[in-house]
Write a protein that binds this ligand. Sequence first.
Ligand SMILES: CC(C)(COP(=O)(O)OP(=O)(O)OC[C@H]1O[C@@H](n2cnc3c(N)ncnc32)[C@H](O)[C@@H]1OP(=O)(O)O)[C@@H](O)C(=O)NCCC(=O)NCCS
Length: 157
Amino acid sequence: MLRKCTKNDIQYIYKIYFHPTVNPFMNIKTMSLNDFSDYWAKRMINEDIFVWVEGDKIAGMICINQESNRCSGTVTLCSLAIHPDYHNKGLGRKMVNEILSKLKKDKIVRVQLIVEEDNDKARPFYKKLGFEEEGKLRKYFNREGKFIDEIMMARLL
Ligand SMILES: CC(C)(COP(=O)(O)OP(=O)(O)OC[C@H]1O[C@@H](n2cnc3c(N)ncnc32)[C@H](O)[C@@H]1OP(=O)(O)O)[C@@H](O)C(=O)NCCC(=O)NCCS
């Protein structure tokens, strides 16, 4: 089930964000739960953040940012992750599809994101969900001193 993120979810989001197989693809370096709580609380003010609840557990999250003015038909997705305990069970697909349906109702016409070139799970995942690669941001992402290209992907609704 998709629902809006609340402050009570932050400790569970922290566990997903800093899982060793997830964190290399998140735009944040290691930090304490306290520091992360402050960082996430600020993001909750400025972004639309949703969690995917499976049973009584937070299994994933996704952030939505609507662009402004003449670009307001576009939404940028970020910080999308499913906890590895739940990978390959179709939850990522369900979560993104629910978001896309909601955005379509809201008259959004374009949904975009960036993904690291070496993210061999997420790139095929997004392609399966109808996103197309549109370009490259060279050496945009710094992972422990190694600069990695970002692939720009988008799909129209
Ligand atoms: C990418 C991610 C969200 C996928 O979530 P998931 O719940 O495991 O994906 P699903 O089970 O819903 O898979 C949906 C489709 O993507 C495909 N897919 C998922 N993982 C894949 C992989 N490792 N390799 C190839 N295809 C994959 C599936 O085959 C499936 O297609 P199908 O239904 O036709 O079989 C998850 O691996 C993740 O959280 N990764 C770490 C964080 C991350 O990289 N986030 C992206 C940041 S840009």
